[in-house]
Write a protein that binds this ligand. Structure first.
Ligand code: SF4
Ligand code: SF4
Ligand code: SF4
Length: 586
């Protein structure tokens, strides 16, 4: 009998014992978990079954019918994604009948699909295109095209309804994972489309720009706004001093795009690659993340001294900020007034840095390399010139490949210093819990004058949606919560008791920025590997606390005075707006 991974893991005690069932697939016997769909069971057994609408963790839609299999005793083929698994099932996944049905279903999907793969952002990275090639589809059916206009109303996303195959992954993600539900099926029959109620543009909706829907879309129907042309224009302009900043999550997300093992630290290689593209300087956004921590920790210490208002809630995630402005307008005073790290970095580069170097304020052109689509919205709607362009990790990869730069082959190069000597700051901000951990390290020092005995603050680590902890700071029991994924945020605030916390970190994307909406496409994105890689970088730093960063110490000594000083407030802080009425039907 073939023993599957699950049974082996259960035997090792690595997963809790669960009920198992025996199934026969293509003549081989397997033991897999009960209480799941047949598709999940087949995948658990290591059998590849294609699908265009199913996605790990999302409610199955049964829409594409590409995952059909033969089931002994059943008259018709069954969609394995909606078929519950039953003990003793005999399944065939690769018979001529199954392959033909999948091929016809793919041909029907393509019957009204635009034939513009060459011009599509998803060319060579499209699930529909890949399966079409795998199943040798032919042009046997030609259907009426939808003739819908592209939706270009958003600063973060673009929608091409003609490329939509109605799989509903985006709808389920937006509603169930992110608790926004701004996109939905509209109309009926052939006219069915996915969009915003009353045909509004997605940029005019409650969309918080998190981009999680773009990660699950199997085609080019829903993608990030492509801003590469603006970067090429700036690079070709001799009056521009074009600099890049790199977010922590990006540097550990590139390796597999260049044929290396997932999670490998590509920091120095990426700096080298961007210099080859033509960027004059390349900076580490962690520098600004340390700055954020200095300002946020000072805010927290101030609130502890003044007894509130509590909790202080982090502000570095723009998707969370828009969510809060829309749905929690009565609690905006709880939000930290700190700008996000990319905005702080841009503000420093456009001001103090520009004064000190050959760059001028107006000539400085700051490009942020982010795992995030919401940062595009933030740049356009909030940043007031701090940042000039935001590229997602996916755009960054496209740019490097277009320039024929293979990061894997490059020798690492250090970041450019903002002021003084070049330092590499810890990178834990890219993972859920990283901001809380860094803030606790620094707030502890600010209050007690001593360092947190062990910098590894493990209770806030891990990929769980909600983590809570208490730390004793000079007799104050500082209660913190770390939440990622906006449905988890809604649940956390709805259950009550959140007012009892002193500090709450919120990241919109489940797991934090390593799972950002601008990260490379993959249903099996190696989140844990990326998280471990970032903690590994942190562990190997010679200094691990934001207040020890020599460049940050210099910045305060030479320009800003102290955290939360008037100058720091002017440059590094922001305000919020009540958006609760912005999207009501007129
Ligand atoms: S970006 Fe986020 S909020 Fe906007 S439609 Fe996609 S999942 Fe929903
Ligand atoms: S936009 Fe993409 S994810 Fe959404 S239904 Fe269409 S094809 Fe599926
Ligand atoms: S969690 Fe990170 S990647 Fe996701 S929206 Fe927020 S800032 Fe962007």
């Amino acid at each position: 009998m073939a023993v599957t991974n699950t049974a082996a893991l259960a035997a090792n005690g690595q997963i809790k014992s669960r009920k198992l069932v025996n199934i026969t697939v293509d003549g081989h016997e397997y033991q897999v978990g009960a209480d799941q769909t047949l598709l999940e069971g087949l995948r658990e057994a290591g059998i590849k079954v294609p699908t265009l609408c199913n996605w790990q963790g999302l409610h199955p839609a049964g829409a594409c019918r590409v995952c059909v299999v033969e089931l002994e005793g059943a008259r018709t083929l069954v969609a394995s994604c909606t078929q519950p698994i039953v003990d003793g099932m005999v399944v065939r996944t690769q018979t001529p009948r199954v392959r033909l049905a999948r091929k016809i279903n793919l041909e029907l999907q393509l019957a009204n699909h635009p034939e513009d793969c060459f011009y599509c952002q998803r060319n060579n990275n499209c699930e529909l295109q890949t399966l079409a090639a795998e199943y040798g589809v032919e042009r046997r059916y030609r259907g009426k095209r939808k003739q819908a206009l592209n939706d270009v109303t958003s600063y973060a996303l673009m929608r091409d309804p003609e490329k939509c195959i109605l799989c509903q992954r985006c709808v389920t993600t937006c509603a169930d994972v992110q608790a926004v539900a701004c996109i939905t099926p509209l109309k009926r029959g052939f006219d069915t489309t996915i969009g915003v109620a009353f045909g509004e543009g997605i940029g005019d909706s409650e969309c918080v720009n998190c981009g999680q829907c773009t990660k699950v879309c199997p085609t080019g129907a829903l993608v990030e706004r492509d801003d590469l042309a603006k970067v090429y224009t700036a690079l070709a302009d001799p009056t521009k001093y074009v600099v890049a900043q790199i977010a922590p999550a990006v540097r550990v997300s590139l390796a597999q795009e260049f044929g290396m093992s997932p999670g490998a630290d590509f920091t120095g290689k990426l700096v080298a690659g961007l210099k080859l593209v033509g960027f004059t300087k390349v900076f580490d956004t962690n520098y600004a993340a340390d700055l954020t921590i200095m300002e946020e920790a000072a805010e927290l210490v101030g609130r502890v001294k003044n007894n509130g208002p509590f909790p202080l809630v982090t502000s570095c995630c723009p998707a969370w900020i828009k969510f809060a402005e829309q749905y929690y307008p009565d609690h905006l005073e709880n939000l930290s007034s700190c700008k996000s790290p990319q905005m702080m970095m841009g503000a420093v580069l456009h001001s103090e840095y520009a004064k000190k170097t050959e760059a001028t304020r107006d000539g400085t052109f700051v490009v942020s390399m982010m795992p995030c689509t919401a940062k595009k919205w933030e740049m356009n709607k909030v940043s007031e010139g701090d940042v000039d362009v935001v590229l997602t990790t996916r755009e960054l990869v496209r740019m490097l490949k277009r320039e024929q730069i293979n990061l894997a082959e490059l020798e690492p190069v250090s970041f450019d210093p903002v002021f003084g000597a070049s330092t590499w700051a810890p990178a834990i901000f890219g993972v859920s819990g990283g901001v809380a951990e860094a803030a606790i390290r620094t707030a502890y020092q600010m209050v007690t004058g001593e360092e947190l005995p062990v910098p590894d603050f493990t209770p806030v680590r891990g990929l769980e949606g909600v983590k809570t902890t208490v730390v004793d700071v000079n007799g104050v029991q500082l209660r913190s919560a770390v939440i990622s994924g906006l449905q988890n945020v809604r649940d956390f605030f709805a259950q009550g008791g959140w007012e009892d916390y002193h500090f709450i970190e919120v990241m919109a994307c489940p797991g934090g920025c390593i799972n950002g909406g601008g990260q490379p496409y993959s249903e099996h994105w190696p989140l844990r590997r990326l998280m471990e890689s970032l903690y590994g970088i942190d562990k190997n730093m010679s200094w691990r606390r934001s207040h020890e960063n020599p460049e940050i110490v210099d910045l305060y000594e030479q320009y800003l005075g102290a955290p939360n000083s008037e100058k720091a407030h002017h440059l590094l802080h922001r305000s919020y707006v009540d958006r609760s009425m912005d999207y009501l039907p007129q």
